[in-house]
Every structure is written in structure tokens, then in C-alpha cells.
Design a protein around this ligand. Sequence first.
Ligand SMILES: [Ca+2]
Ligand SMILES: [Ca+2]
Length: 319
Amino acid sequence: MKKTLLSFTLAAAMIAGTIAVNPVAKTTTAEAATTTQVVNYALGKDVIASSTESAEYVAQNAVDGNMSTRWSSAFNDGEWFVVDLGQIRTVGSVRMYWEAAYAAEYTLSWSQDNVTWYDAASRICDYYSSETSEMFYNRPVRYIKITMDRRGTVYGSSLYEFEVLGLEEVEETTTEAPTTEAPTTSQPTITNIALNKPATASSIEGVEYDASKAFDGDMNTRWSSQFSDDQWLTVNLGKICHIEYVEFQWEAAYAAYSEVQVSFDGENWTTYRLTKSHGISDRLYVFTAGRYVRFKGVRRATPYGYSMYEMRVGGWELY
Ligand SMILES: [Ca+2]
Ligand SMILES: [Ca+2]
């Protein structure tokens, strides 16, 4: 018995020796390592929809991982569907892949118990986009609902896929060659890509308050508009950029309600709602791409115009 054990130990030592010098076998030592991956929690989960256009376009098609199948609603505004993730998940973002029949306006809400619901994001899409994303900021979520508040076409609202994304630690498997690992998750550094970029405004209160003052990086200078609600301020980033967020540093004359709009061409705009402001500063995450970014005043907080020391656009240049 003892002799057998010794033989086994020797044999194991010999194998261990082989492992130390054999590069192929060496990868087995990384067995316990973990890596972070993006996971789609909605994939294959239960979905309930308010309607379907026909049996061909059931809601399950929006979470089947197949980009050639889709959910399509009846031809009404206000149609919705709910996906049940099966358990509470830490959700980073939601990504939607739209068929031509898109929603011009939609709301995402979430729940842990399918009873109490919270709004997470609303968006107005002035024109068609094949893909939109909304941040969930790692909320603990089980149910996610999308309501198609307003249709972009005369048809219903139609989604190829509805992804609910989160980050998960997964064990690296030894069968994966290191060279075929997922691309690095490191992203470019976020800077103020609007700094010193050319800007235009609907109006100025006076020559010392021109549009460029909101983009000069100086908190002692500011843009100030004339005294009416319908005013805007646009910056041209010069290149197509990833836009992480838009930030306003307000003077006392702030916007009680305002919108952020993003455009590739300066003519067609996608609108992102801003929640009611209490002044000082606001930051709105948009997670989109574009070249032109516009502050659009909806309602002033004071009898004066809109005035901001700085309008910052956090992101990086794409091309
Ligand atoms: Ca599908
Ligand atoms: Ca300034």
C-alpha cells in the first residue's frame, strides 16, 4: 500500500516537472483565474407583452438572441412588454435593437416584485436609430418594462432584441487559448471634449456673454441668453465622439427644465430628457455617439434667461 502511494507521488512529481517546462500544459495553472464578462440576463427569459402584431412576432422573439426574429406590437401607442430576469440581477444597462418600426418615445421602468415600479429612463427619438441604450447604474432589478409611449411610424413598435446587461465574474476555462480572449474592457479616458470647441447660441444677453464662454474652461465667464424659454446652445465637437455625459454648470439663472440633444449632422437631433433641475450643476448621462451637442431650454427657473458658466461634454473622439 505504502509503496503504491510512493509510486503515485513520484509519478505526480514527474508530471509536475513536465508541467513546469511544457507551455501547453502550463495554461492549466490558470484554471482558478476569473475574468469579467458582459452577460445578457434577458436571454431566453419569460416575457409578457401587451400585444403582438401576429403569432409570428411574439414577445419571446425579443429575447431569443436571434437578430432575425422580432417582437412587433399592435398598431397603437402605449404598447409594452415586461421581461422577468428570474431573480434580482445587478443591471448595468439595457440595449434595444430596433426594426424599422421604432418607438419615437419610450420609457423603461423596473421592479423587484412586479408590483412597485420605478422609472429608469425616458427617451424621445427624433429619427430612427437601429440601436439605443439606457443606463441602469447597477440597480438591483428583476423585472424590466419598456413602454412604447409614441410610435415612430404608422405600424406598431418592433424590437429585434432587448438586452439586459450586467457584468459578471466568470472562471476562465483552460480550453480557451489566451490569444482568443475577449477584447480588453478598458475604455478611453473621459475628458471634456467640448473644451474650446466652436459654439453657437440662439441668443446672447450681451457681447460679454457669448456662446464660447460656456466652453472656455473658465468658471468666471459664462453664456447668458435673452429672457425667454425657447433658447439653445450648441457645440460642434469637430469629430464623431462617444458622449458619456453632458454637464451644465449653472449661474443663478438656470433652466428648471431642459433637454440635451445630440446630432451627427447638426440637422437631425435625438433628444434626451433632463429631469427637473435645482440649479448649481446637472449631469445627464446619454451614452451615445454624435458630433453636435445642444442644450435646449424648456423652462427657465427665473425671469432672466439661461446662464451657464460651463457646458461640459464628457467622452472621447471616435473618428
Ligand atoms: Ca430576436
Ligand atoms: Ca466659462
